[in-house]
Design a binder for this molecule. Sequence first.
Ligand code: BTN
Length: 259
Amino acid sequence: METERGIPHTDTLSPSEFPTRESRLHFFPEVPSTMDIARDLARKGCPAFTVVAADRQTKGRGRLRRTWISEHGGLYFTIVVRPRITPLLGFRVNFAASVVLARLLRDLFNLDANVKWPNDILLNGKKISGMLTEMEVTADRIAFINIGIGININNDPSDKEPQATSIAKELGRRVPRKQVLAGFLDAFEHKIQETDLATIIDEWKSINATIGSQVRIVTSNTQFSGLAADVDETGALILELADGNRQRVLYGDCFHQTI
Ligand code: BTN
């Protein structure tokens, strides 16, 4: 197996290497999508913070029905969360995940990681991670929120996605995927269990790259361009349009315009 500075090309994510969460970590060399396996486990009642991780996905899914290219070297996982909050506040869990991941990349690798609305992570303006969320509600309570996270670590996505980069590309060296997964899971679990997330939008704002940028938002049936003026307490992006009107945007693809 190819190695560079001691990090194997595909370093292992075997559950036995995560002693505190061995029984809740399900690892597969290859799956269609970790989202499907996590959904089945969640519907069958698996414990909170169960994780499904894979070295490679053949049908990785992105937001807005896009494909998420999932080649060897990247980190692909879905975490099952069962927060005791109203479904209306479920979005806070996604914002918490992006805040935790951006801070982790700063702390571990001194990378200038920022969040792009709603939950992408950027390095030097290029995407390094995306998140996909699936929530199921029963009797007005959240049954589960599954957060699927793809992180470009030791892969190089830039051939197929020029606006993407990876940790290895930015640092000029490979890093252990296990360090990123373990660091994220510990910090995320702590954040969800120990804080009420009421201030998560403020935390998100403190490391975001979107507010203050000219952006184009593309949804399935329309698009808007304007200045990203704010993110409100529901996670919606507030755009200032050219005609001076304000537009509240709840979902869509966000492109930062370079002027
Ligand atoms: C996006 O930016 O569009 C979201 C990408 C989410 C990709 C992750 S990889 C792990 C999990 N499994 C999937 O099929 N998708 C998510």
